[in-house]
Design a protein around this ligand. Structure first.
Ligand code: KMH
Ligand code: ZN
Length: 275
């Protein structure tokens, strides 16, 4: 079991609306302030979705490039850009995210119902994105929303070889309405199906946050938390800031005798070159 815990913060996402959730970081200043606070609280990776001037999700290239630069300037966090974007984003736009040259990116291994929408990731897109990550040497994190996505991960690795950085790290995204449920039995089944040698984080959406967090810690996994995944800290108590979710995850990781990994250790763990 890993001696320490990788904590990723996913502070914004593409779904929540600033008007309804004023604590959501949507400007570059808000994002950098959040990154600093979350790093101090124990995060070592930031999973980034950006917003435009009106707080709508965007994949604007210049904005993404500025975001990567500002996060590197303001923190030591590993910058992982989302290639999932919003359900309305085009495949071409999602591939072009890599032009912003992040340290890492998300790579979802299959299509999934996503509430009333569909998060589309057909095989031709998944393999194009994977090959691009290898060409550009951007370290992918394999996002697995369902058990079928694990089979696609095996297929990707079998057909195209290991990822940039040489290490396979996955994120089990559980409890999306339409994806795998966020419970310990499903977590165990997904972990058992992963490729040999792969490491994994898990995140539970909405009210599955805590069951998935406790299950992941108990099973030797790593953690993702943040307002992309949950807007409630407890029943009837909205999240006030992303850092409180990281603080709680870090405290529980310390109780599990697996304290938070610092960014330099996380870079070595994930195969990301030192800056
Ligand atoms: N916003 C979701 C449709 C990712 O970032 O790679 C997709 C998502 C996954 O959040
Ligand atoms: Zn995301």
């Amino acid at each position: 079991m890993a001696a320490s815990t990788l904590i990723t913060v996913a502070p914004t996402g593409a779904e929540a609306e600033k008007a309804q959730v004023p604590a959501l970081p949507v400007t570059l200043d808000e994002l950098v302030a959040t990154a600093k606070e979350c790093e101090a609280a124990g995060a070592s990776v930031i999973h980034v979705h950006i917003r435009d001037r009106t707080a709508r999700p965007t994949l604007d290239r210049a904005r993404l490039t500025d975001t990567v630069a500002a996060l590197r300037e303001g923190s030591e966090l590993i910058v992982q850009l989302s290639t999932g974007g919003a359900v309305t984003d085009s495949f071409a736009g999602r591939l072009a995210v890599l032009d912003a040259a992040p340290d890492a990116c998300s790579l979802t291994c299959g299509t999934v119902n996503f509430g009333d929408d569909v998060f589309s990731n057909p095989w031709p897109f998944v393999k194009d994105l994977y090959q691009l990550t290898r060409e550009r040497q951007v370290v992918p994190e394999f996002e697995l929303f369902d058990l079928g996505h694990v089979a696609t991960l095996h297929r990707l690795l079998g057909e195209f070889g290991p990822p940039a950085g040489g290490h396979v790290h996955c994120d089990l995204v559980m409890g999306v309405p339409g994806g795998m449920p966020g419970d310990v039995a499903t977590l165990a089944a997904a972990v058992a199906a992963l490729p040999a040698g792969a490491t994994w984080s898990a995140t539970g959406i909405g009210r599955t946050t805590l069951p998935v967090l406790f299950g992941a810690l108990g099973a030797g996994g790593h953690l993702r938390v943040g307002m992309e995944d949950t807007l409630s800290f407890a029943r009837g108590r909205p999240v006030a800031r992303n850092a409180e979710l990281v603080e709680r995850a870090a405290e529980l990781a310390r109780h599990a005798q697996r304290p938070p990994m610092r960014p330099a250790e996380a870079r070595a763990f994930l195969g990301i070159p030192e800056r």
